[in-house]
Design a protein around this ligand. Structure first.
Ligand code: SF4
Length: 471
């Protein structure tokens, strides 16, 4: 068992017993559920929009290389720079070089999961730069020295009181009160100084529009626009899978993302950026870079069984619906992308050895499949990962023996009946002798938290025969 796998089990047990955590998550996800249910009713036909969104993303993935080249040529023609980063290290190095060349001391960032994935902030801080997250949730978790809890709502696990205490401690001069509005105003005052000081702004991208050569960014707090237009240098850090063919595709992707991400008709700020500022413009950066991060994505692209994972638009819907995520919370996964999408992606982006256990953090209820706006069949990918995990020799020896025995027994109805009979008899005898259910080996994980079920006197077959004869 890997270290991360052991830590997952310990943290999951701890978090599921933490009633404060559970009630905070329940409250926040309930308001999300209500907003999304309302958001979907705004569509004349949400299922048709969902099917179209899936089609557009699939088209982008099928033509990934040529669309990215078209996008690149348009950005370069406007005076921007495009860098193709093979992995995290490559991307970090390029961005650090740009920052050092521009003698950057302060960096402002708008929300970007790819920058989390490549561990960008620590690399910039190591060079002596001050890096500020400017999305409110991201700022809160940064001040707590925590990773984001959720891909859309990074501070979903915290109460207003916890945030008030944090702001009191970290921003005493900007505090004027503790209502929701006053806390937001506190962060706004605090961040204004960072925006005006920053020489470099770093953003992510929701979509890269190939035919127009534009970066599409959706935000709700206005921090995205300040990050991308105030500092002298703007760097977009994005996964290569974000490319879509046409500008008009945003007509379906923007509302579908907003509806499933937050329940809004469209996010408050929908921004399109195509390059550095021009002579006749007053706003915008003098230098503009787009870093296209691969970091395992071409491996997913090459794998026909897993390729559709690249359709993900990071709306967070699969996290919110997942019964496991709701119990164990985002930090338990210890991965950049938690929840079903993270459990499907992380073993491929990183390794089965390290993250393969996440594919088992799933009851295969398939709720995530039903909410995904781009129709990714997440449960199929988790099963595929489990196959890979076992094929790479990561399964426990006891599991291998157990499943081989089960397979052998299940291949013959006589053997299956015999094993069932032996199992029932042994279990009944053991319990009659007072053996504790906690000592039941693999069953102990069940009986640790639940009462032991009564062992039935008759098997299902016996009951069937009694009721239906030998049919
Ligand atoms: S897999 Fe689907 S539901 Fe999950 S974050 Fe991606 S787009 Fe949203």
């Amino acid at each position: 068992m890997s270290r991360l796998s052991e830590e997952f089990l310990v943290s999951a047990a701890h978090k599921s017993a933490d009633l404060t955590h559970r009630s905070t998550i329940k409250r926040n996800i309930s308001s999300y559920d209500a907003a999304v249910a309302k958001g979907k009713t705004r569509f004349a036909d949400f299922e048709a929009a969902r099917a179209r969104a899936a089609q557009v993303k699939s088209e982008g993935i099928r033509n990934l290389a040529s669309l990215l080249e078209t996008f690149e040529s348009k950005i370069i023609a406007r005076g921007g720079h495009v860098y193709w980063a093979e992995n995290s290290e490559d991307a970090r190095q390029y961005i650090c070089d740009v920052a050092q060349r521009n003698q950057v001391k302060t960096v402002v960032k708008s929300k970007s999961m790819v920058t989390e994935e490549i561990h960008l902030s620590p690399a910039l801080e190591k060079l002596g730069m001050k890096v500020w997250e400017t999305d409110l949730g991201e700022l809160i978790v940064q001040l707590r020295h925590e990773p984001p809890y959720h891909i859309v709502t990074p501070a979903m696990h915290l109460t207003r009181e916890q945030i008030r205490d944090l702001f009191r401690e970290q921003m005493p001069d900007d505090m004027t009160g503790e209502t929701h509005q006053e806390l937001v105003a506190t962060a706004r005052r605090f961040l204004r100084r960072a925006f005006f000081a920053a020489e470099m702004g770093i953003s992510g991208a929701n979509f890269l529009v190939a035919d127009a050569g534009l970066v599409a960014i959706s935000t709700n707090e206005g921090n995205g626009r300040l990050t991308t237009s105030l500092p002298r240098v703007h760097v977009v850090v994005t996964g290569i899978e974000k490319v879509i063919p046409r500008l008009q595709d945003l007509g379906v992707l923007w509302p579908v993302l907003a509806a499933t991400g937050t329940g809004q008709p469209i996010t408050t700020y929908s921004t399109l950026i195509g390059g550095p500022t021009t002579a006749d413009e007053i706003d915008g950066p003098e230098e503009f870079h787009v870093v296209l991060v691969d970091n395992g994505r071409t491996e997913v692209l090459a794998d026909k069984a897993q390729q559709e994972l690249l359709r993900c638009i990071r709306c967070g819907a699969c996290l919110n619906i997942c019964p496991v995520y709701r119990q164990v919370g985002g930090h338990t996964y210890q991965s950049t992308y938690p929840g079903p999408i993270g459990s499907a992606l992380m073993p491929i982006f990183q390794s089965q050895q390290e993250y393969g256990h996440l594919s088992y953090a799933c009851s295969l209820c398939t709720a995530c499949n039903s909410v995904c706006p781009v129709k990714i069949k997440l449960s199929d990918h988790l099963l595929e990962n489990r196959r890979e995990y076992v094929a790479e020799g990561n399964a426990k020896i006891s599991e291998k023996i157990g499943f081989s025995l089960f397979r052998w027994a299940a291949m013959s109805s006589t053997r299956f009946a015999l094993f069932g009979w032996i199992g029932r008899k042994t279990l009944r005898a053991g319990l009659a002798m007072g053996i504790s259910p906690h000592a039941l080996g693999p069953l102990a994980n069940w009986t640790k938290y639940r009462a032991m079920m009564d062992v039935p006197k008759d098997s299902f077959r016996d009951l069937w025969r009694k009721q239906n004869g030998n049919h």
